[in-house]
Design a protein around this ligand. Structure first.
Ligand code: AMP
Length: 288
């Protein structure tokens, strides 16, 4: 296949609609571009499941809480097209800002509860921006299946809740986090790290894994689990911690005692770059 580039809403609607009419399933992978192997895992999964694979590339201004982060976000559509071509994507939908937001939007999707903690607490308006653009993309493409990475676990929870509450006729499929060989979760923001910061960044996943082992050893007090992670992070002076929480995996609320599965989620800063990561802890890892 040769990957097509579509810039307009009318045209992507026509292409996806045609496929649906012909009884073909449509899979959507929403991204902000600067594609890497993490996105690649979502695309590969879509390629296995769906007949028409659409990758959207859109840097969504309304989900950024810092203008400088939006301005400096990596953009290279040529490279993204080559990446998609190599993975047999059918269509890249890359609208410009005026196509998606021809006027200041007056309507927003707000998902209460799941958005309250973790990133939601530190990035005001972020999940409202995410939920709103994903609602638009789902309405534009009308996919049967849409793919989201567990790397952004709170985002995944927000989208799932939105799709369920608002009856979007779509299956939301989670895809496990893809990591560098040293454990760092792949992210478009990793390319902003200096070599020193890149080296220090590995402490984030090491800290979460250390905490997960405390959970696996039977720890029930979230403070006890967090302390294990903090001990690792404190050894890396380049890292500034934004948050570290033990939350329930559906509602993303901090727990005061561990019952069943929990997710350990953290956000850190390295210089002016913010990184997030999380690991899922399941009871089957614990002693009986
Ligand atoms: P982004 O372009 O960063 O907005 O990410 C687009 C999609 O790719 C989101 O669903 C992310 O969760 C997912 N994603 C980003 N990085 C990774 C990764 N390292 N592993 C798995 N999924 C990822």
């Amino acid at each position: 296949v040769s990957t097509g580039l579509v810039r307009s809403i009318a045209e992507i609607r026509r292409r996806a609609g045609e496929a649906r009419q012909a009884g073909r399933t449509v899979g959507l992978v929403p991204t902000m571009g600067a594609l890497h192997a993490g996105h690649g895992a979502l695309i590969d999964r879509a390629r296995r499941d769906a007949d028409l694979v659409v990758v959207s590339v859109f840097v969504n201004s309304i989900q950024f809480d810092r203008p400088e982060d939006y301005a400096s976000y990596a953009r290279d559509l040529r490279e993204d097209l080559d990446f998609c071509q190599a993975r047999c994507v059918d269509v890249v939908f890359a609208p410009d800002a005026r196509e998606m937001y021809p006027a200041e939007p007056a309507t927003f999707v707000e998902v209460a509860g799941v958005s309250d903690h973790l990133c939601g607490r530190f990035r005001p308006g972020h999940f409202r921006g995410v939920a709103t653009v994903v609602a638009k993309l789902l309405n534009i493409v009308q996919p049967d299946i849409a793919y989201f990475g567990e790397k952004d676990a709170q985002q995944l929870a927000v989208i799932r809740r939105m799709a369920s509450d608002l009856n979007f006729p779509v299956a939301i499929v989670p895809v496990p986090t893809v990591r560098e060989p040293d454990g760092l979760a792949m992210s478009s923001r990793n390319r902003r790290l200096s070599p020193e910061e890149r080296r220090a960044a590995t402490a984030l996943y090491r800290a979460l894994e250390t905490a997960r082992r405390r959970f696996a050893a039977g720890a029930e007090d979230p403070e006890d689990i967090k302390r294990a992670a903090l001990a690792v992070l404190e050894n890396e002076p380049q890292i500034r911690l934004e948050y570290l929480e033990v939350v329930d995996p559906e509602e993303m609320q901090p727990v005061d005692r561990v019952r069943g599965s929990v997710r350990l989620s953290a956000a850190v800063w390295l210089g002016s770059t913010r990184l997030i990561d999380n690991v899922l802890c399941v009871p089957s890892e614990r002693p009986a």
